[in-house]
Design a protein around this ligand. Structure first.
Ligand SMILES: NC(=O)c1ccc[n+]([C@@H]2O[C@H](COP(=O)([O-])OP(=O)(O)OC[C@H]3O[C@@H](n4cnc5c(N)ncnc54)[C@H](OP(=O)(O)O)[C@@H]3O)[C@@H](O)[C@H]2O)c1
Length: 381
Protein backbone atom coordinates (compact mmCIF):
# COMPACT_ATOMS: atom_id res chain seq x y z
CA UNK A 1 0.00 0.00 0.00
CA UNK A 2 1.32 3.49 -0.77
CA UNK A 3 -0.03 7.04 -0.43
CA UNK A 4 1.02 10.11 1.50
CA UNK A 5 1.26 8.09 4.72
CA UNK A 6 3.09 5.11 3.15
CA UNK A 7 6.37 4.95 1.25
CA UNK A 8 6.16 4.25 -2.50
CA UNK A 9 8.13 1.41 -4.11
CA UNK A 10 10.88 3.87 -5.17
CA UNK A 11 11.04 5.32 -1.66
CA UNK A 12 11.23 1.83 -0.18
CA UNK A 13 14.30 1.06 -2.26
CA UNK A 14 15.86 4.38 -1.21
CA UNK A 15 15.28 3.34 2.40
CA UNK A 16 17.51 0.34 1.69
CA UNK A 17 20.15 2.67 0.25
CA UNK A 18 19.83 4.97 3.28
CA UNK A 19 20.38 1.91 5.50
CA UNK A 20 23.60 1.06 3.64
CA UNK A 21 24.78 4.65 4.15
CA UNK A 22 23.80 4.55 7.84
CA UNK A 23 25.87 1.40 8.41
CA UNK A 24 29.01 3.36 7.49
CA UNK A 25 28.63 5.03 10.87
CA UNK A 26 28.91 1.77 12.83
CA UNK A 27 31.80 1.96 15.27
CA UNK A 28 31.88 5.76 15.03
CA UNK A 29 28.60 7.28 16.10
CA UNK A 30 27.82 6.19 19.66
CA UNK A 31 26.26 7.62 21.76
CA UNK A 32 24.24 8.63 18.70
CA UNK A 33 22.41 6.23 16.36
CA UNK A 34 23.73 5.30 12.91
CA UNK A 35 21.48 7.13 10.44
CA UNK A 36 21.46 7.47 6.67
CA UNK A 37 19.52 9.82 4.38
CA UNK A 38 18.88 10.26 0.66
CA UNK A 39 17.33 13.22 -1.20
CA UNK A 40 15.38 12.41 -4.37
CA UNK A 41 13.55 14.59 -6.88
CA UNK A 42 11.86 13.44 -10.08
CA UNK A 43 13.14 9.90 -9.51
CA UNK A 44 16.75 11.11 -9.35
CA UNK A 45 18.98 10.95 -6.27
CA UNK A 46 20.47 14.42 -5.72
CA UNK A 47 22.02 14.03 -2.28
CA UNK A 48 23.16 11.38 0.18
CA UNK A 49 24.44 11.55 3.73
CA UNK A 50 25.16 9.58 6.86
CA UNK A 51 26.02 10.48 10.39
CA UNK A 52 29.78 10.19 10.72
CA UNK A 53 30.21 10.64 14.43
CA UNK A 54 29.01 12.28 17.62
CA UNK A 55 29.38 16.06 17.42
CA UNK A 56 29.37 15.97 13.61
CA UNK A 57 26.43 16.81 11.36
CA UNK A 58 23.47 14.44 11.31
CA UNK A 59 22.67 12.45 8.17
CA UNK A 60 19.80 14.67 7.03
CA UNK A 61 21.69 18.01 6.89
CA UNK A 62 24.60 16.23 5.18
CA UNK A 63 22.27 14.86 2.47
CA UNK A 64 20.53 18.26 2.16
CA UNK A 65 23.87 20.07 1.78
CA UNK A 66 24.88 17.57 -0.92
CA UNK A 67 21.58 18.25 -2.73
CA UNK A 68 21.91 22.04 -2.46
CA UNK A 69 19.14 23.89 -4.33
CA UNK A 70 17.87 20.59 -5.74
CA UNK A 71 16.42 19.85 -2.29
CA UNK A 72 13.60 22.37 -2.90
CA UNK A 73 10.42 20.38 -3.50
CA UNK A 74 12.30 17.06 -3.14
CA UNK A 75 11.69 13.97 -1.02
CA UNK A 76 14.03 13.16 1.87
CA UNK A 77 14.26 9.48 2.82
CA UNK A 78 15.89 8.76 6.19
CA UNK A 79 16.28 5.65 8.30
CA UNK A 80 15.29 7.28 11.60
CA UNK A 81 12.83 10.00 12.55
CA UNK A 82 14.62 13.38 12.20
CA UNK A 83 15.47 14.92 15.54
CA UNK A 84 13.61 17.98 16.72
CA UNK A 85 15.95 18.89 19.56
CA UNK A 86 18.82 21.32 19.60
CA UNK A 87 21.65 18.99 20.48
CA UNK A 88 25.24 19.59 19.51
CA UNK A 89 24.25 20.26 15.88
CA UNK A 90 20.75 21.83 15.87
CA UNK A 91 17.41 20.22 15.02
CA UNK A 92 17.22 18.31 11.74
CA UNK A 93 13.54 19.19 11.38
CA UNK A 94 14.52 22.87 10.97
CA UNK A 95 17.16 21.99 8.37
CA UNK A 96 14.55 20.00 6.42
CA UNK A 97 11.95 22.77 6.58
CA UNK A 98 14.57 25.38 5.68
CA UNK A 99 15.72 23.38 2.64
CA UNK A 100 12.17 23.36 1.22
CA UNK A 101 11.72 19.57 1.30
CA UNK A 102 8.18 18.59 0.24
CA UNK A 103 8.00 15.01 1.53
CA UNK A 104 9.85 13.01 4.18
CA UNK A 105 9.95 9.22 4.36
CA UNK A 106 11.00 7.77 7.72
CA UNK A 107 12.23 4.21 8.31
CA UNK A 108 11.70 4.04 12.08
CA UNK A 109 10.29 6.41 14.67
CA UNK A 110 12.42 7.92 17.44
CA UNK A 111 12.88 5.20 20.11
CA UNK A 112 12.77 7.66 23.01
CA UNK A 113 9.25 7.90 24.45
CA UNK A 114 9.53 11.58 25.23
CA UNK A 115 10.48 12.59 21.68
CA UNK A 116 8.81 9.85 19.59
CA UNK A 117 6.58 11.37 16.89
CA UNK A 118 7.80 14.88 17.66
CA UNK A 119 9.79 15.17 14.42
CA UNK A 120 6.81 13.92 12.40
CA UNK A 121 4.51 16.43 14.10
CA UNK A 122 6.81 19.40 13.47
CA UNK A 123 7.34 18.47 9.82
CA UNK A 124 3.60 18.01 9.22
CA UNK A 125 2.87 21.28 10.96
CA UNK A 126 5.22 22.95 8.47
CA UNK A 127 3.12 21.50 5.62
CA UNK A 128 5.54 18.67 4.75
CA UNK A 129 4.05 15.30 3.80
CA UNK A 130 5.42 12.54 6.05
CA UNK A 131 5.34 8.79 5.38
CA UNK A 132 6.45 6.29 8.02
CA UNK A 133 7.57 2.80 6.97
CA UNK A 134 6.23 -0.37 8.52
CA UNK A 135 6.78 -4.13 8.31
CA UNK A 136 10.08 -5.29 6.86
CA UNK A 137 11.12 -1.74 5.84
CA UNK A 138 10.78 -0.51 9.42
CA UNK A 139 12.53 -3.64 10.72
CA UNK A 140 15.48 -3.02 8.39
CA UNK A 141 15.70 0.60 9.51
CA UNK A 142 15.65 -0.48 13.15
CA UNK A 143 18.28 -3.13 12.48
CA UNK A 144 20.83 -0.55 11.33
CA UNK A 145 20.27 1.51 14.48
CA UNK A 146 19.88 -1.57 16.74
CA UNK A 147 22.81 -0.85 19.10
CA UNK A 148 21.39 2.61 19.84
CA UNK A 149 17.80 1.33 20.13
CA UNK A 150 18.79 -1.44 22.56
CA UNK A 151 20.93 0.93 24.63
CA UNK A 152 18.19 3.58 24.70
CA UNK A 153 15.62 0.99 25.82
CA UNK A 154 17.71 -0.98 28.34
CA UNK A 155 20.77 1.08 29.25
CA UNK A 156 22.88 -1.88 28.08
CA UNK A 157 24.80 -2.47 24.85
CA UNK A 158 23.73 -4.84 22.12
CA UNK A 159 25.56 -8.11 22.85
CA UNK A 160 26.90 -10.09 19.90
CA UNK A 161 28.31 -13.46 20.89
CA UNK A 162 30.89 -14.68 18.40
CA UNK A 163 32.36 -18.17 18.41
CA UNK A 164 34.37 -20.20 15.95
CA UNK A 165 33.56 -23.89 16.30
CA UNK A 166 34.39 -27.17 14.61
CA UNK A 167 31.72 -29.35 13.03
CA UNK A 168 31.45 -31.16 16.36
CA UNK A 169 30.96 -27.88 18.24
CA UNK A 170 34.44 -27.70 19.82
CA UNK A 171 36.23 -24.38 20.23
CA UNK A 172 39.68 -25.70 21.12
CA UNK A 173 41.54 -29.01 21.09
CA UNK A 174 41.97 -30.99 24.30
CA UNK A 175 45.41 -29.38 24.63
CA UNK A 176 43.86 -25.89 24.39
CA UNK A 177 44.91 -25.06 20.84
CA UNK A 178 42.54 -22.79 18.91
CA UNK A 179 44.73 -21.28 16.20
CA UNK A 180 43.19 -21.61 13.81
CA UNK A 181 39.83 -23.34 13.71
CA UNK A 182 38.40 -20.92 11.16
CA UNK A 183 40.02 -19.71 7.95
CA UNK A 184 41.41 -16.29 6.96
CA UNK A 185 38.10 -14.97 5.56
CA UNK A 186 36.27 -15.57 8.84
CA UNK A 187 39.14 -14.16 10.88
CA UNK A 188 39.25 -11.05 8.75
CA UNK A 189 35.49 -10.57 9.23
CA UNK A 190 36.00 -10.75 13.01
CA UNK A 191 38.49 -7.88 12.72
CA UNK A 192 35.84 -5.93 10.79
CA UNK A 193 33.33 -6.60 13.59
CA UNK A 194 35.88 -5.44 16.16
CA UNK A 195 36.34 -2.20 14.23
CA UNK A 196 32.56 -1.69 14.13
CA UNK A 197 31.93 -2.44 17.83
CA UNK A 198 32.19 -0.02 20.72
CA UNK A 199 33.69 -2.78 22.88
CA UNK A 200 35.15 -6.28 22.53
CA UNK A 201 34.94 -8.60 25.53
CA UNK A 202 36.31 -11.97 26.63
CA UNK A 203 36.13 -14.02 29.79
CA UNK A 204 39.27 -14.06 31.86
CA UNK A 205 39.72 -17.75 30.97
CA UNK A 206 40.28 -16.79 27.34
CA UNK A 207 42.45 -13.83 28.31
CA UNK A 208 44.69 -16.23 30.26
CA UNK A 209 44.65 -19.15 27.80
CA UNK A 210 45.03 -17.25 24.52
CA UNK A 211 46.56 -13.95 25.67
CA UNK A 212 44.71 -12.09 22.88
CA UNK A 213 45.10 -8.41 21.92
CA UNK A 214 41.50 -8.02 20.70
CA UNK A 215 42.44 -5.15 18.39
CA UNK A 216 41.00 -4.69 14.89
CA UNK A 217 44.04 -5.48 12.81
CA UNK A 218 44.11 -4.56 9.13
CA UNK A 219 40.91 -2.52 9.38
CA UNK A 220 40.49 1.24 9.20
CA UNK A 221 39.44 2.44 12.66
CA UNK A 222 38.22 6.01 13.17
CA UNK A 223 40.66 8.14 15.20
CA UNK A 224 40.10 7.70 18.92
CA UNK A 225 37.42 5.08 18.26
CA UNK A 226 39.31 1.82 18.85
CA UNK A 227 36.96 -0.55 20.66
CA UNK A 228 37.27 -0.69 24.43
CA UNK A 229 38.75 -4.09 25.33
CA UNK A 230 36.89 -5.67 28.21
CA UNK A 231 37.86 -8.63 30.41
CA UNK A 232 35.05 -10.24 32.40
CA UNK A 233 37.16 -11.08 35.41
CA UNK A 234 35.20 -11.48 38.68
CA UNK A 235 38.32 -12.26 40.74
CA UNK A 236 40.57 -9.70 38.99
CA UNK A 237 43.05 -12.42 38.06
CA UNK A 238 44.12 -11.08 34.65
CA UNK A 239 47.94 -11.47 34.58
CA UNK A 240 49.84 -8.18 34.68
CA UNK A 241 51.91 -9.55 31.79
CA UNK A 242 48.82 -9.89 29.53
CA UNK A 243 49.17 -8.70 25.93
CA UNK A 244 46.06 -6.59 26.56
CA UNK A 245 47.99 -4.52 29.12
CA UNK A 246 51.10 -4.35 26.94
CA UNK A 247 49.12 -2.72 24.13
CA UNK A 248 47.31 0.06 26.00
CA UNK A 249 48.62 2.57 23.46
CA UNK A 250 46.40 0.85 20.85
CA UNK A 251 43.15 0.74 22.83
CA UNK A 252 42.02 1.03 26.44
CA UNK A 253 41.33 -2.00 28.65
CA UNK A 254 38.51 -2.30 31.15
CA UNK A 255 38.61 -5.13 33.67
CA UNK A 256 35.19 -5.80 35.18
CA UNK A 257 35.81 -7.27 38.61
CA UNK A 258 33.24 -8.62 41.07
CA UNK A 259 32.67 -7.37 44.60
CA UNK A 260 34.79 -10.22 45.98
CA UNK A 261 37.91 -9.38 43.97
CA UNK A 262 40.98 -8.87 46.18
CA UNK A 263 41.66 -5.14 46.57
CA UNK A 264 45.38 -5.61 45.91
CA UNK A 265 44.64 -7.28 42.55
CA UNK A 266 42.33 -4.42 41.61
CA UNK A 267 44.98 -1.83 42.42
CA UNK A 268 47.73 -3.84 40.68
CA UNK A 269 45.63 -3.88 37.49
CA UNK A 270 44.94 -0.17 37.83
CA UNK A 271 48.66 0.51 38.28
CA UNK A 272 49.28 -1.50 35.11
CA UNK A 273 47.04 0.96 33.27
CA UNK A 274 43.72 -0.91 33.17
CA UNK A 275 40.49 0.77 34.06
CA UNK A 276 38.79 -1.44 36.67
CA UNK A 277 35.07 -1.42 37.39
CA UNK A 278 33.93 -3.36 40.45
CA UNK A 279 30.33 -4.59 40.20
CA UNK A 280 28.05 -4.85 43.26
CA UNK A 281 27.64 -8.60 42.60
CA UNK A 282 30.51 -11.03 43.11
CA UNK A 283 29.82 -13.51 40.29
CA UNK A 284 27.13 -15.25 38.27
CA UNK A 285 24.31 -13.81 36.15
CA UNK A 286 23.93 -10.69 38.35
CA UNK A 287 27.59 -9.90 37.81
CA UNK A 288 27.22 -10.26 34.02
CA UNK A 289 24.13 -8.04 33.94
CA UNK A 290 25.91 -5.42 36.03
CA UNK A 291 28.96 -5.62 33.76
CA UNK A 292 26.65 -4.74 30.85
CA UNK A 293 25.11 -1.91 32.89
CA UNK A 294 28.63 -0.57 33.51
CA UNK A 295 29.36 -0.66 29.78
CA UNK A 296 26.06 1.11 29.07
CA UNK A 297 26.97 3.87 31.50
CA UNK A 298 30.16 4.36 29.52
CA UNK A 299 28.00 4.84 26.39
CA UNK A 300 29.11 1.49 24.97
CA UNK A 301 26.21 0.59 22.67
CA UNK A 302 27.62 -2.58 21.12
CA UNK A 303 29.87 -5.26 22.55
CA UNK A 304 31.34 -8.17 20.63
CA UNK A 305 31.80 -11.02 23.11
CA UNK A 306 34.45 -13.41 21.82
CA UNK A 307 33.97 -16.20 24.34
CA UNK A 308 35.13 -18.44 25.79
CA UNK A 309 32.71 -21.27 26.40
CA UNK A 310 32.15 -20.48 30.10
CA UNK A 311 31.19 -16.87 29.38
CA UNK A 312 29.24 -17.90 26.27
CA UNK A 313 27.19 -20.43 28.27
CA UNK A 314 26.68 -18.07 31.22
CA UNK A 315 25.49 -15.26 28.94
CA UNK A 316 23.14 -17.55 27.03
CA UNK A 317 21.78 -19.04 30.27
CA UNK A 318 21.12 -15.52 31.58
CA UNK A 319 19.40 -14.45 28.33
CA UNK A 320 21.87 -11.62 27.79
CA UNK A 321 22.74 -12.28 24.14
CA UNK A 322 21.13 -10.27 21.34
CA UNK A 323 22.98 -11.61 18.29
CA UNK A 324 24.77 -14.89 17.64
CA UNK A 325 27.64 -14.87 15.18
CA UNK A 326 28.74 -18.47 14.86
CA UNK A 327 31.44 -19.57 12.48
CA UNK A 328 31.45 -23.29 11.74
CA UNK A 329 34.64 -24.68 10.22
CA UNK A 330 34.82 -27.98 8.28
CA UNK A 331 36.99 -29.72 10.85
CA UNK A 332 36.27 -32.35 13.50
CA UNK A 333 38.29 -31.85 16.70
CA UNK A 334 36.79 -34.67 18.76
CA UNK A 335 37.94 -36.03 22.07
CA UNK A 336 36.33 -35.94 25.50
CA UNK A 337 38.57 -33.15 26.75
CA UNK A 338 38.03 -30.62 23.95
CA UNK A 339 35.78 -27.76 25.13
CA UNK A 340 32.39 -27.28 23.49
CA UNK A 341 31.22 -23.81 22.44
CA UNK A 342 28.80 -23.11 25.30
CA UNK A 343 29.08 -24.46 28.84
CA UNK A 344 26.80 -23.54 31.76
CA UNK A 345 23.39 -25.09 32.40
CA UNK A 346 22.10 -25.06 28.82
CA UNK A 347 18.58 -25.83 27.64
CA UNK A 348 16.31 -28.55 29.07
CA UNK A 349 14.14 -28.62 25.99
CA UNK A 350 14.95 -27.97 22.34
CA UNK A 351 11.91 -25.68 22.17
CA UNK A 352 13.41 -23.50 24.90
CA UNK A 353 16.94 -23.35 23.46
CA UNK A 354 18.14 -19.99 22.11
CA UNK A 355 17.44 -20.13 18.38
CA UNK A 356 18.38 -17.51 15.81
CA UNK A 357 15.39 -15.97 14.08
CA UNK A 358 15.80 -15.88 10.28
CA UNK A 359 19.56 -16.55 10.33
CA UNK A 360 21.89 -15.05 7.80
CA UNK A 361 23.88 -18.00 6.43
CA UNK A 362 26.99 -17.10 4.53
CA UNK A 363 29.98 -18.90 3.16
CA UNK A 364 33.31 -17.47 4.35
CA UNK A 365 35.98 -19.30 2.37
CA UNK A 366 35.66 -22.89 3.56
CA UNK A 367 33.68 -21.89 6.67
CA UNK A 368 30.01 -21.11 7.20
CA UNK A 369 28.71 -18.13 9.17
CA UNK A 370 25.35 -18.49 10.90
CA UNK A 371 24.31 -15.15 12.31
CA UNK A 372 21.19 -13.47 13.59
CA UNK A 373 19.13 -12.18 16.44
CA UNK A 374 17.94 -14.18 19.42
CA UNK A 375 15.43 -11.47 20.33
CA UNK A 376 13.85 -8.60 18.45
CA UNK A 377 15.18 -5.06 18.44
CA UNK A 378 13.07 -2.92 20.84
CA UNK A 379 10.23 -1.16 19.07
CA UNK A 380 9.41 -4.06 16.75
CA UNK A 381 5.72 -4.67 16.21
N1 LIG B 1 36.99 -20.87 19.22
C1 LIG B 1 36.56 -19.79 19.81
O1 LIG B 1 35.77 -19.02 19.25
C2 LIG B 1 37.05 -19.47 21.19
C3 LIG B 1 36.77 -18.20 21.72
C4 LIG B 1 37.20 -17.93 23.00
C5 LIG B 1 37.90 -18.87 23.74
N2 LIG B 1 38.17 -20.08 23.20
C6 LIG B 1 38.88 -21.09 24.01
O2 LIG B 1 38.17 -21.31 25.20
C7 LIG B 1 39.07 -21.61 26.25
C8 LIG B 1 38.81 -20.70 27.44
O3 LIG B 1 37.49 -20.86 27.83
P1 LIG B 1 37.01 -20.71 29.33
O4 LIG B 1 35.62 -21.23 29.35
O5 LIG B 1 38.01 -21.30 30.22
O6 LIG B 1 37.10 -19.17 29.56
P2 LIG B 1 36.13 -17.91 29.43
O7 LIG B 1 34.75 -18.29 29.15
O8 LIG B 1 36.80 -16.95 28.53
O9 LIG B 1 36.27 -17.31 30.89
C9 LIG B 1 35.76 -18.02 31.95
C10 LIG B 1 35.89 -17.21 33.22
O10 LIG B 1 35.03 -16.08 33.18
C11 LIG B 1 34.73 -15.70 34.49
N3 LIG B 1 33.30 -15.39 34.60
C12 LIG B 1 32.75 -14.17 34.58
N4 LIG B 1 31.43 -14.21 34.72
C13 LIG B 1 31.11 -15.49 34.86
C14 LIG B 1 29.86 -16.14 35.03
N5 LIG B 1 28.71 -15.49 35.12
N6 LIG B 1 29.87 -17.49 35.12
C15 LIG B 1 31.03 -18.15 35.02
N7 LIG B 1 32.25 -17.58 34.84
C16 LIG B 1 32.28 -16.24 34.76
C17 LIG B 1 35.17 -16.83 35.42
O11 LIG B 1 36.32 -16.37 36.09
P3 LIG B 1 36.69 -16.96 37.56
O12 LIG B 1 37.15 -18.36 37.32
O13 LIG B 1 37.77 -16.07 38.06
O14 LIG B 1 35.46 -16.92 38.37
C18 LIG B 1 35.47 -17.96 34.45
O15 LIG B 1 36.49 -18.82 34.88
C19 LIG B 1 40.44 -21.43 25.70
O16 LIG B 1 40.95 -22.68 25.32
C20 LIG B 1 40.22 -20.58 24.48
O17 LIG B 1 41.21 -20.78 23.54
C21 LIG B 1 37.76 -20.40 21.95
Amino acid sequence: MSGPGRPTAAERSLLIRAGVLAARGHGRVSPNPAVGAVVMIGGRVVGEGWHEGAGLAHAEPVALAAAGDAARGATLVCTLEPCSHTGRTGPCTQAIIGAGIARVVIGALDPLERTRGEGVRILRQAGIEVAVADGSDAARAREVAAPFLIWAATGRPEVTLKMAASLDGRVATRTGETRWISGPEARSLVHRWRADADAVAVGVGTAVADDPMLTARGMPVAAGRAALRVVLDPHARLPLTAALLATLDEAPVLVVAGSGAPAERVSALQSAGADVEVTPAAHGPMYLGEALDALGRREVQSVLVEGGPTIAGAMLDAGLVDVLAWVVAPVVIGGDGAPVAARGVGADRIAGAPRVQRPRIERLGDDVLVMGRLRPVPGEE
